[in-house]
Design a protein around this ligand. Sequence first.
Ligand code: SF4
Length: 213
Amino acid sequence: MDKNLETLINLKREKMEKAFRDNNMELVQLNDKGELLDYLNQYLKDNVSVGVGGSMTLFETGVIDKIRKSPVKFYDRYQEGLTGEQIQDIFRQSLLADLYITSSNAIDMNGCLYNIDGNGNRVAAMIYGPKKVLVIVGRNKIFTNEEAAINHIRNVAAPTNALRLNKNTPCTKAGKCLNCHSADRICSSFVKLSYQSVKNRIQVIVVNEDLGY
Ligand code: SF4
């Protein structure tokens, strides 16, 4: 890589690390999925209870498979054959897990996390409950500021998720958010996480690959 470009990228990395540190969140930057799976070994042990937020990133990186094979107590929302009621029970149990692993719809260079959640279980666990929260994001989820992050969520992440879930919402035809009142709407809770009172409860892990959307 060109040295000047490398210097610029490193400057941005350091700036982002400082921004998260100032918000009492730890930022860890890893090169690829393999590094991520190795990194998680320190957490996935000793029968700790683990919950996860709904996320394509966790499947793409192999994190869900890794948790299933680890010596932990996994509140596995993706087990086959669960009823709706059983899934809701798992969501509630996950709010008291030792460890919660999720992704974020977007993060920004000012050290904040941005999420839209339909059910609310994911953002609830990020805000309060689990003792430790690991937020795994690909480099494609990093935005300059709040405006860019929210624009991405409303016009890329949410419509793409609506398509994935076969929802009958206007964004699946228009390719952007029309702030619908559809019964199939997947956007209910808009949450920005900034300064945290419990230092380093939230750790953000950026993987230098494009992951999820
Ligand atoms: S509010 Fe409605 S139109 Fe907008 S992204 Fe969510 S589901 Fe789609």
